[in-house]
Design a binder for this molecule. Sequence first.
Ligand code: FDA
Length: 391
Amino acid sequence: MAAYDSIVVGAGAAGLYAAFHAGRRGRRVLVLEHNGEPGAKIVISGGGRCNFTNLHAAPERFLSANPHFARSALARHTQADVIALVRKHGVAFNEKTLGQLFCEGPRSSRKIVRLLLDECAAAGVEVRTGVRVNAVRRSERFTVETSAGVFESETLTIATGGLSIPKLGASGFAFDIAAQFGLPVVRLRPGLVPLTFAEGDLSWMRPLSGVSADIAARAGKATFREAALFTHRGLSGPAILQVSSYWTPGETVVLDWLPDAADDILAARKRERPKAQLKSVLSELLSERLAAALAERLPQGAVGDMKDAALIEAARMLKNFRLTPVGTEGYAKAEVTVGGVDTNALSQQTMQARAAPGLFFIGEAVDVTGWLGGYNFQWAWSSGWAAGQAI
Ligand code: FDA
């Protein structure tokens, strides 16, 4: 039986990051990955350019049943630390929008995987791929039975991520291990995912498939000002993905199609062009196809024939457009899993399970979910770093 100080299950962002930080401390570390290659999600992330962090990463931009849990790790290993590491490896990057840092060039996300593997190699970490974990047992030490033999270690770190994108290797392993050790799991659901709608709504949405608009979208108390995109099944685009993480089934989402305009915008346009049809006034504010679709729900005719009050009412409707999704496109399309191992069961300094000393959970498996825009990788790095100091 091969013996290690630390075994990490999952060679994704969090697992590799924790592994090389522990290796740098002189720990003998083994990483076990069931895919044939490490870092599958990193490779496809950010459209192949990996949005590896966000300049504005802060605890408020993460969802968790315990919003304070992420503070410690995010403060002790920040976006600046990650940027320094990326610079050290000479990986070129740039800021796209809203503080999002992306690697430069097609397929450049592979450079992040290379960086992680180089750091692991330099720290003496052993990474074994194509290995299935069959069972985990704990007495004095952890025993991990796998398709490649039995391994033993002092600490065991679960970095197997959430349920999103099963075809990339996602599994419920972390939650099975949590159950085995009696740790609670906050209800899991797909996040950063397109929303789907019933036939009644799709009849007007589907013809707009491919149309995008700069909107403000709200679910619960969260509002995001970004683009929305009509799809064959409903709505996607950054604004919608963001609110999807806050949306719960049965709830309404509120869209503002005119986020820069005041309620009197249409009444003001009436004074400039009284003969114009409401539809044409709208097409000055929105794309033509979207304006035509929305105008069908509003009074018809020339704006000059409409009372100011009616035009204000129409603008208010466009700024508080309520829709009730029937669901989401599910884990097959979700960028993340909301929920996860209950943070109340973990130490916020080290990510160690309070009730199971030596057992650690990091990354997406934990009930900490970031906004769209590099936040989820930042959590993987920060939580991986925190565990890396302790495992
Ligand atoms: P991650 O999923 O990266 O790694 C888990 C690893 O464990 C995988 O290699 C998996 O194969 C392995 N594993 C699972 N079960 C196992 C088992 N039973 N035995 C052994 N190994 C097992 N975020 C962001 O910040 N910026 C971005 O640009 C993007 N883009 C993006 C695009 C797409 C399409 C998706 C689906 C997701 C993103 N994300 C993102 C989210 C981001 O990819 C995600 O939050 C992190 O990869 C989570 O890191 P983890 O290390 O926790 O899990």
